[in-house]
Design a protein. Structure first.
Ligand code: C5P
Length: 217
């Protein structure tokens, strides 16, 4: 079904790293019985494939080929969630040819029936500008670093809050400052600041916005 057909629903969720959009997106997809794609995983998988093959992260033609060959069915969130892969992904993500290849794959996914939830940095602005509803989920850098730190400690991984906060800020700067598809809210996105909100409260806030959008569709 065409992306912008009235019968097809696309929920676009954007925001910076560790703002809670992943958990929120999965909850929303489950609630509405929609397919979910964490588009960050597509950039992470591209970066990991380059690292595994000993290839450079900044050769655009090589990275484009890897991005074109990406198979969405092989994405393993557990393996790809490593902090270092996130860093590498944000370097690969500045290259326009890589973005073009991955956006094409993401758009094909977005058209799946009966509806889809995509989360990332540029879903509402570039990948699905005609999405049924657009949410921009954010939180302060300190809150996001604290959550990442708690997650890593819970998994028994070594974690230093100050280092994580530095990384969060550096990644924000790279994602917001790049020339191609920088991270920013779409003009018609609804802002959800989760700094002082539980995931359940964020989910309820999102649901109200989604229900309203579905009614006027
Ligand atoms: O969301 P996640 O932390 O997994 O994303 C990893 C990196 O991939 C981001 O820092 C960003 O540079 C890039 N990305 C992107 N566009 C998306 C999703 C992720 O540029 N739609």
């Amino acid at each position: 079904m065409a992306q912008n057909s009235p019968a097809h629903t696309i929920i676009a969720i954007d925001g910076p790293a560790a703002a809670g959009k992943g958990t929120l997106s999965r909850r929303i997809a489950e609630e509405y019985g929609f397919h979910h794609l964490d588009t960050g995983l597509t950039y992470r998988a591209t970066a990991k494939a380059l690292i595994d093959r000993g290839l450079p992260l900044d050769d655009e033609a090589v990275a484009e080929q890897v991005a074109l060959d990406l198979d969405l069915t092989g994405l393993d969130r557990e393996i790809l969630s490593a902090h270092a892969i996130g860093e590498a992904a944000s370097k690969v993500a500045i290259m326009p040819a890589v973005r073009r290849a991955l956006v094409e794959t993401q758009r094909r996914f977005a058209a799946k029936a009966p509806g889809t939830v995509l989360d990332g940095r540029d879903i509402g602005t570039v990948v699905c500008p005609d999405a049924t509803v657009k949410l921009y989920v954010t939180a302060t850098a300190e809150v996001r670093a604290r959550r990442r730190h708690e997650e890593m400690v819970a998994k028994g991984q070594a974690a230093d809050y100050a280092t994580i906060l530095d990384d969060v800020r550096r990644r924000d700067a790279r994602d917001m400052g790049r020339a191609d598809s920088p991270l920013k809210p779409a003009d018609d996105a609804h802002l959800i600041d989760t700094s002082e909100m539980s995931i359940e409260a964020a989910f309820q806030a999102a649901k109200v916005l989604i229900e309203a959008a579905l009614k006027t569709k």
